[in-house]
Design a protein around this ligand. Sequence first.
Ligand SMILES: C[S@@+](CC[C@H](N)C(=O)[O-])C[C@H]1O[C@@H](n2cnc3c(N)ncnc32)[C@H](O)[C@@H]1O
Length: 394
Amino acid sequence: MTKDIKLTLRTLKINSLKIVVKTLHGLEEVLMKEVELLGGQNIKKRKRAVECEGKLPFLYEANLNLRTALRILVPVYEFTARNETELYDQVKSFDWSQFLDVRQTFAIDNTIFSEYFTHSKYTALKMKDAIADQFREKFDLRPSIDVEKPDILFNLHAYQDKFTISLDSSGRLLNQRGYREPGHQAPLNEVMAAGLLQLAGWNKNIPLVDPMCGTGTIIIEAVLMGLNIPPQINQKEFGFKNWNNFQPMMWNRIRAEAQGKIRSAPLMISGGDIDGHAVALAKGALKKLRMGRDVQIRQVAFEDFIPKFQTGMIITNPPYGERIGEDVDNLYKKLGDSFKNNFSGFDAWILSSNVQALKQLHLKPSEKMALFNGALQVQFCKYNLQEGAYLEEE
Ligand SMILES: C[S@@+](CC[C@H](N)C(=O)[O-])C[C@H]1O[C@@H](n2cnc3c(N)ncnc32)[C@H](O)[C@@H]1O
């Protein structure tokens, strides 16, 4: 039996912590760069995650600033178990009252890849029972479960017989930025949009256009990036705020410092969409960020979109053709024509799952990256729209 990590409350306060930052498939390297820039140590690439080390201030900074992070976990207990009894005993032997007060609520997220434990919900239930029984035996009381909004969110990870229990310092998904207006059918994940901008190498000095911007996720993430606005600046709820080692003064200082680094406009960012409702949602989100006047979003078909700049970058996420009756082949053909006629001198990046439709652009990609948009495998393709990039008519 190995016990690699056994964090105590004291360790959590002063020592360098092992931190696991979860992300989307394909964004690991972008996230590694973000973690490095923020001062993370000993950075390692993992599957859909990045592992690093840092102290408590780094953990707060990471939650506030990392654009491609989905959740930030702090492993507190590692053990091995091959059956339910072993799992129950191992969990019960650890002192959970260091992290959880009997009056607090808790919940358990789980990721189980194990031939020994094939029912992930049941495995998490065993962990919950062990924690509850430990409290009952010690205090005659037990903390309650709240799956919607727990005070303390644990993460149970198993690979075969190796278990790691972590505290979820975010407490919710970090793609929730607080600017999203509900109501559109296919908005892009905010973490994906931030990742696309970084994969494409966009920076605030490059004019950016999303001619099918929908609710404006790519544009809004570009605004946040361009102005150095932390993605979580308007969010108040984080898991670490309910930990009994929470340092409000440290957190307020970190927020104030980040606020002080926010730049002011101008930005060269614009968007369009044929759907008036989506455009209204995008404008509403920009207004929330007080950027309503600095970024132009219009209701316009991409065929009629004329950019203000001679060069720049297009990053867009066109329809994939999953809706019945959608003629995407024709749409992509027209998109290729519009690139040729109106955007020569730009670099265009397109995210799509529809390989067949992408061919209708009649453009030769200079780069291709494989990503996942939810469960859907997608390609992120780059096209240089200078002369010579166009394929000969067949
Ligand atoms: C997959 S959605 C984009 C979602 C967007 N990235 C977001 O985060 O909300 C594709 C968008 O293309 C728009 N669209 C379809 N045909 C268009 C056209 N001819 N001109 C402009 N926009 C178009 C749709 O209205 C839709 O909002």
